[in-house]
Design a protein around this ligand. Structure first.
Ligand SMILES: Nc1ncnc2c1ncn2[C@@H]1O[C@H](COP(=O)(O)OP(=O)(O)OP(=O)(O)O)[C@@H](O)[C@H]1O
Ligand SMILES: [Mg+2]
Length: 347
């Protein structure tokens, strides 16, 4: 069902069409007055100075060229030109109307596309969450059982059969290693900290883990404003954004300092990840999917993603997301927002 908000672009464009039509009629009226004044002035001047009689006198010597037929011919030409321009004007108006309608349809499709993208992200996250649950419940339990059995075998074999004991120890070590791998896959599939701790602490945890893995890079995290109750969609978008940016920094930046900042001011959430690495050339087509996916995620929530970079001087990834006070954005269609338009820019 279309709501008043849905009808926004159409109302705006038809409003603009109405105002445009009014302006056009105003101009046409002024032009018609100019035509009438010019015609009347010509008539009065011709009447005063007897122009036609004078022309007859002047053209009498070349009468055989039928010059006296020219006034009527020109009058017909003027009428024909008026008819011609009227038809072109109507054509232009029809074209304009079609273009305005197409623009309104495009805006509507964009809104639908944004809704679809948001839905797709939520379904993807739900799928990842259930995969992580399956991994935890199935693999986790099996590995634990294998480890317990191996411990029993080792206890029985201890002091009696060194070969069996060594084999059991190897199974214990291997199952612990596989469990660590599964845990890290689960963590990547679904950040458990996000559900357990909330956005602020989940990002603190993410940044902490990242710093431990990359001790040569100094990473600072600042969070200001109310970050609770932002909703599942916003939380997961911010988490994935910080996650991808930190991964990119390790892969591409060669940075020594990184800052992650989340700031909420009223109904706008601003997330910035900056590094002092080698930066990148913006506007160049790339094959990577990370930044592309981030833009999709942010725009699905009617937000805006900007990249600022000077080569050799680091990269700043900045996302602005509209957040309704106290509302769970995952259950709401994204509103068309003041921060919804715009491309990445260079600094
Ligand atoms: N922090 C950064 N510093 C310098 N260059 C960067 C940084 N982040 C991204 N880039 C550049 O932008 C490109 C696109 O990044 P993107 O994350 O989209 O793809 P990717 O990391 O190469 O691959 P993936 O699809 O696995 O994410 C990278 O290949 C890299 O050249
Ligand atoms: Mg990447």
């Amino acid at each position: 069902m279309r709501t008043m908000e849905d009808a926004g672009p159409m109302t705006r464009t038809s409003g603009a069409l109405f105002v445009g039509r009014q302006t056009r009629w105003g101009q046409a009226g002024r032009d018609l007055i100019a035509v009438a004044v010019a015609t009347l002035t010509t008539f009065l001047l011709s009447a005063t100075f007897e122009v036609r009689e004078w022309m007859t006198e002047v053209t009498r010597p070349v009468e055989h060229y039928q010059m006296d037929e020219l006034p009527l011919t020109f009058a017909v030409l003027a009428l024909a030109l008026a008819w011609f321009s009227l038809r072109r004007w109507r054509e232009a108006e029809r074209e304009l109307r079609l273009r305005v309608e197409a623009q309104a349809q495009l805006a509507e499709r964009e809104d639908e596309h944004r809704l679809l993208a948001q839905k797709y992200m939520l379904v993807q996250e739900e799928e990842r969450r259930s995969l992580a649950r399956e991994l935890h419940d199935e693999m986790g339990q099996c590995l634990n059982a294998i480890k317990l059995d191996a411990v029993s075998i080792r206890n029985v074999a201890q002091g009696r059969d060194p070969e069996v004991e060594a084999g059991a120890n190897a199974i214990i070590e291997l199952s612990a290693h596989v469990y660590d791998v599964v845990r890290s896959i689960m963590q990547r599939l679904r950040p458990a900290a996000l559900d357990a701790l909330g956005l602020r602490d989940a990002i603190t945890d993410l940044v902490g883990q990242w710093s431990r893995r990359n001790p040569s890079v100094q990473c600072r995290f600042d969070a200001t404003g109310e970050l609770n109750e932002l909703g599942e969609a916003v939380n997961i978008t911010v988490y994935r954004l910080v996650q991808e940016c930190l991964t990119n920094i390790v892969k591409h930046a060669r940075a020594t300092h990184v800052t992650v900042a989340i700031e909420r001011t009223g109904d706008v959430l601003r997330v910035t990840v900056s590094d002092d690495g080698r930066g990148m050339e913006l506007g160049v087509k790339r094959t990577g999917l990370g930044l592309l996916g981030l833009r999709e995620r942010v725009e699905a929530l009617a937000g805006k993603l900007e990249l600022h970079s000077v080569q050799g001087n680091g990269l700043q990834v900045c996302a602005q997301l509209p957040v309704a006070a106290g509302a769970d954005a995952s259950r709401q269609p994204p509103a068309r927002s003041a921060v919804a338009e715009g491309e990445g820019q260079e600094r």
